[in-house]
Design a protein around this ligand. Sequence first.
Ligand code: ZN
Length: 113
Amino acid sequence: MHEYSIVLSLLDQVADEAGRHEAQAVRSVRVRVGELSGVEPDLIRSAFEIARAGTVCEGADLDLVVVKARWTCPRCGGNIDQPAELVCPECGVPARLAAGDDLILERLLLEVA
Ligand SMILES: [Zn+2]
C-alpha cells in the first residue's frame, strides 16, 4: 500500500524532529497533500491510525491540508490557472507545475517536558 509507506516515512521524519527537540510526545502533525500527489487523504488517515501505535505520534492528531495544484510560467514566472490551456498567455511556453504534486510535513506540535 502506497499510502502506508508514505506514512511510515512521515512518522520517521516526525520521530527525528521530536528527538531533536527532546519532545516526549507529539500532539498534532500537519501535512500538506498536493491534489496531484496521487495520495488519497482518507488512506493516509487510516494508515496513520495503524502505523502510529507505539511511536511518538501515538496520541497525535493528524491534520491533513489538501493543496490545490498551481502552475507557473518557467519564463516569466506568471501564474497559470488549471482550466485554461497549460501555456503561459504572455510567453506561449508550456506551464510548469508549481504546486499540488507533493506531500509536505508542515507543522508539528510537540510536547516537551
Ligand atoms: Zn510567461
